[in-house]
Design a protein around this ligand. Structure first.
Ligand SMILES: N[C@@H](CCC(=O)N[C@@H](CS)C(=O)NCC(=O)O)C(=O)O
Length: 126
């Protein structure tokens, strides 16, 4: 291995490990395992959208930023999907309509409001 600034590699490893001792590295590893273990438990997220719909795009962008998987239903006027969205949301006729574990949380503004209130992450985690 090449020498850096005249120090032997051993000296570099010494500084590396003295900054990251195992008592810090092991809890970090466990935390990562814990995060992975949470992945299969993520909430079921469904979003009803239409093709040209800025509010739908905004809601999907936020879900994508959160890194969660979601199922999207194309719901143009008069479609079965649109009827389902209206029925399951208690009569809301706009798109998007978003459901987390089957519960209606409303549209894009509602999703953003939940995030700003600091409540969205817990809902998405299931
Ligand atoms: N406040 C709603 C507004 C949603 C909205 O206005 N969506 C438009 C499409 S982008 C819509 O559904 N317009 C009525 C329609 O297409 O029937 C939200 O944030 O989701």
């Amino acid at each position: 291995m090449a020498q850096v600034h005249g120090h032997s590699p051993d000296i570099l490893w010494f500084f590396f490990y003295s900054h990251f001792p195992s008592r810090q590295v092991i809890p970090l590893g466990l935390k990562m395992l814990q995060l992975n273990a949470n992945l299969p438990n993520m909430a079921k997220i469904e979003i009803y959208t239409t093709y040209f719909c800025p509010y739908c795009d905004r809601a999907k962008a936020l879900l994508e930023k959160k890194g969660v998987a979601f199922q999207e239903f194309d719901a143009p006027h008069g479609s079965d999907a649109r009827r389902r969205a209206i029925e399951n949301s208690g009569g809301r006729t706009t798109v998007p309509q978003i459901f987390i574990n089957g519960k209606s949380i409303g549209g894009s503004d509602d999703l953003v409001a939940l995030d700003r209130a600091g409540k969205l992450d817990a809902l998405l985690a299931g």
